[in-house]
Write a protein that binds this ligand. Structure first.
Ligand SMILES: Cc1ncc(COP(=O)(O)O)c(C=O)c1O
Length: 451
C-alpha cells in the first residue's frame, strides 16, 4: 500500500511531473476561450432547464433520495423520463442510474458471468473495464475500431459481451457500428454501445449514433452518462423490457447506491425538450467542429482521428503535453490535458471539445494561437505529425521558418491563406450561423458557462 502511494508522490509527482500535478494549469480569466467542457450544446445554464429544476425543488425538495429500486412518490417522474428516453432511443425500456460510470459497471457486473469473456475495444471507457473486474469476468481486448480483430477474438474465445464507445472521448473517433453488429451477430455475441458522448449531439433529436445508423433493434444494450450534452450528472441503460427489469433489481450499484434526485430528473427532462426543439444547436456544433478541424489540419496538426466535436492534439509524452498546454493557456486557450492512465505514456494529448456557443472569432483565435506556437511546442517533431496521413494537407515545408517571422506576420501565410482564400467549405456553416444569430437575438443561445 505504501509503495502505491509513494509511486504517486515520488516517481510521478516529483520525478515525472517536477512537483506539479499535470492537472494544475492556469486558471482561465474572463475573455479566455474554454474548449474543455463536455457541455456540447451549451445547456448548463439554459433557462428552461434551470426553471424546471427550481419548480421540481419547490414542489418536492430533494424527495426521498433513495436507491432506484424504491419508488416512494405518487407520481414517479423518473419513470416517466425513462419511458421518454426509451421512445427517443427506439428501445423497449430504460433505467436511470447515478452516473454513466455506474451504469457501465452495473451493466457488466450484472450480465457477465464469472470467468466469461468480455470483449473490449482497447479504447473503451475505463468504467467498462471496471465492470469486468466487478463481475470477475475475463477481459479480452481487441484492436481499436477493428471488426476483424474482434472477429478473431470471438472465434478464439466463444461468444460474450462486446463493449465499445459510439464516440471515443479522447480523440473524437467513431465506432464502425454496422460492421461490429454484423460480427456480433455472426458469433451470437451481445453488443454494449456507450453513447455518453453521442447522446444529444448525434442522431435525430439527439437519439445517438445507434439510432442514426438504423441499428436500434440490433444493439442489445446502450449506456449513457448524462454529464456531456445533458450537462448534468446521472446515467442510463437502455435495452429490452426484460433486461431492464433484471438490471433494475440486480445491478449492485443500482440497488446499493442512491439514485439521482427528482429535480435533477426534471432538468434531464427539460433537456430532452431542447434536444427536440433546437436542432440548430447540433448543426452549429458540427459546423464549429468542421471549421476548427479543417483549420488545424491545414496548419499541419494531425487531427485525422477526429470525426466529430472532439479534437485531440497529440504531442507525445507528459513533458511535451504540459509544454503544449502551457503555451496554449498563456495565450488564453484552455483545452484538457490527458495523460496515463487515460492515455499510453507517449500518447498524451490536449483535447479540445467544441461546443455550439463558440463564435467564428473565437475559433479563429484558437487557430491563430495554434499557428503561432507550432515552433515553440515542436509540432513538426511530434510522432503524431509524422503519422499524419499523406492525403491530408502538409504545409510544413511552406511554414515560416521562425517564430519571430510568424509574429511579424501576425498570422502565418498558411492560416491567412486558409482563412481568406475560401479553403474552408463554410457553405453549410453559413446558413447555420444565420439561424444561430436569429436565435441569439431571441435570447436562447446561452454562452458557455461551464468548464
Ligand atoms: C465514454 C464515457 N463513458 C462513461 C463515462 C462516465 O460518465 P459519468 O461522468 O456520467 O460517470 C464517461 C466520462 O465521463 C465517458 O467519457
Amino acid at each position: 500500500m505504501t509503495a502505491r502511494v509513494d509511486d504517486y508522490h515520488v516517481r510521478r509527482k516529483v520525478e515525472l511531473w517536477q512537483g506539479r500535478h499535470p492537472l494544475q494549469g492556469r486558471t482561465p480569466r474572463p475573455g479566455d476561450i474554454k474548449v474543455r467542457s463536455n457541455d456540447y450544446l451549451c445547456l448548463a445554464g439554459h433557462p428552461h432547464v434551470i426553471e424546471s429544476e427550481i419548480a421540481a425543488l419547490r414542489a418536492g425538495g430533494h424527495g426521498d433520495a433513495v436507491s432506484r429500486v424504491w419508488v416512494h412518490h405518487e407520481r414517479d417522474i423518473t419513470r416517466e423520463f425513462e419511458q421518454r428516453v426509451a421512445a427517443l432511443m427506439r428501445a423497449e425500456d430504460c433505467v436511470v442510474c447515478a452516473s454513466g460510470y455506474t451504469a457501465n459497471v452495473g451493466l457488466i457486473q450484472s450480465f457477465a458471468t464469472r470467468g466469461a469473456p468480455v470483449f473490449l475495444d482497447m479504447k473503451a471507457h475505463i468504467s467498462l473495464h471496471e465492470g469486468v473486474v466487478s463481475a470477475g469476468a475475463r477481459p479480452v481486448l481487441f484492436r481499436h475500431n477493428d471488426p476483424q480483430s474482434l472477429d478473431r477474438m470471438l472465434a478464439q474465445n466463444g461468444p460474450g459481451l462486446v463493449c465499445v464507445d459510439a464516440l471515443y472521448s479522447t480523440d473524437g473517433d467513431l465506432a464502425p457500428l454496422a460492421e461490429l453488429v454484423e460480427v456480433c451477430e455472426r458469433h451470437g455475441a451481445a453488443l454494449v454501445v456507450d453513447e455518453t458522448h453521442s447522446f444529444g449531439a448525434q442522431g435525430p433529436d439527439g437519439a445517438g449514433l445507434v439510432v442514426a445508423a438504423g441499428l436500434a433493434e440490433r444493439v442489445h444494450f446502450r449506456t449513457v452518462g448524462l454529464s456531456k450534452a445533458v450537462a448534468s450528472r446521472g446515467g442510463l441503460v437502455v435495452s429490452s423490457r426484460r433486461n431492464i427489469e433484471y438490471f433494475r433489481y440486480e445491478a449492485l450499484p443500482t440497488i446499493f447506491s442512491t439514485s439521482v434526485m427528482q429535480h435533477e430528473v426534471a432538468g434531464f427532462d427539460a433537456v430532452l425538450d431542447i434536444f427536440e426543439r433546437e436542432d440548430w444547436r447540433r448543426d452549429k456544433l458540427h459546423a464549429n467542429h468542421a471549421y476548427l478541424k479543417q483549420g488545424l489540419d491545414a496548419l499541419g496538426y494531425n487531427v485525422s482521428a477526429s470525426k466529430t466535436q472532439i479534437i485531440a492534439l497529440e504531442p507525445g509524452d507528459i513533458r511535451q503535453a504540459t509544454t503544449l498546454r502551457d503555451a496554449l493557456e498563456k495565450r488564453g486557450v484552455f483545452g484538457a490535458i490527458f495523460f496515463p492512465p487515460a492515455t499510453p505514456d507517449k500518447r498524451c494529448i490536449i483535447r479540445f471539445t467544441v461546443n455550439c456557443g463558440l463564435s467564428r472569432r473565437e475559433l479563429d483565435r484558437i487557430l491563430e494561437v495554434c499557428d503561432e506556437i507550432r515552433e515553440e511546442v515542436g509540432m513538426a517533431e511530434w510522432r503524431s505529425t509524422k503519422r499524419k496521413p499523406a492525403s491530408q494537407a502538409n504545409p510544413l515545408e511552406v511554414a515560416p521558418k521562425s517564430g519571430n517571422a510568424q509574429r511579424r506576420l501576425g498570422r502565418s501565410r498558411i492560416l491567412n491563406g486558409w482563412l481568406h482564400n475560401g479553403q474552408f467549405d463554410g457553405k453549410a456553416g453559413a446558413d447555420i450561423h444565420l439561424r444561430a444569430a436569429r436565435n441569439r437575438t431571441a435570447g436562447v443561445l446561452n454562452n458557455h458557462p461551464a468548464e
